[in-house]
Design a protein around this ligand. Sequence first.
Ligand SMILES: Cc1cc2nc3c(=O)[nH]c(=O)nc-3n(C[C@H](O)[C@H](O)[C@H](O)COP(=O)(O)O)c2cc1C
Length: 155
Amino acid sequence: MVSAFCEGANTAVGIDVMTRSAEVTTALELQHADALVLATPENFGYMAGSLKAFFDRTFYACMADTTQEGGGSASLLAGRAYSVLVCAGNDGGGAMQSVDRIVTGWRMRKAHPGVIARRLGGEAGSSRGALRSDDLAACRELGQLFAEGLAMGAL
Ligand SMILES: Cc1cc2nc3c(=O)[nH]c(=O)nc-3n(C[C@H](O)[C@H](O)[C@H](O)COP(=O)(O)O)c2cc1C
């Protein structure tokens, strides 16, 4: 799904597409990104543990401390576009919701509803079956939309 997204995104001129593992991405890299697309499998109705650990590590580091001015904390990522790619066996909604709930705290803007791809033969919940070509096409389209939107300053 990430490869298909990148294929679509790389068709736009003047946009740098960076793919980073959740295990190593830093809060500073997030702050330098104009948009964010998060990709995760659904495990036990939730996002992958490594993505959750990424949020645990970076969430407050992307909030500016405004307590001196009498406020709480303000997101350094507010208003930036994001979307989500979920790979699932038979559902995917729980992973999508769990990511959205956290990113809402950053006040980011969901610029595309995202893609949930369910692996073929995934009814047993732990399938390693193929991905459908229309789901991959949707990832490619999302990549193109994000990159062209950023290039035109419309995202
Ligand atoms: C431990 C485990 C828990 C899973 N839980 C769910 C689940 O709650 N819902 C679902 O739709 N699929 C579930 N699956 C299926 C995975 O989401 C599916 O195999 C997906 O393809 C994994 O992504 P990956 O191929 O990128 O590893 C689970 C798989 C494993 C191994």
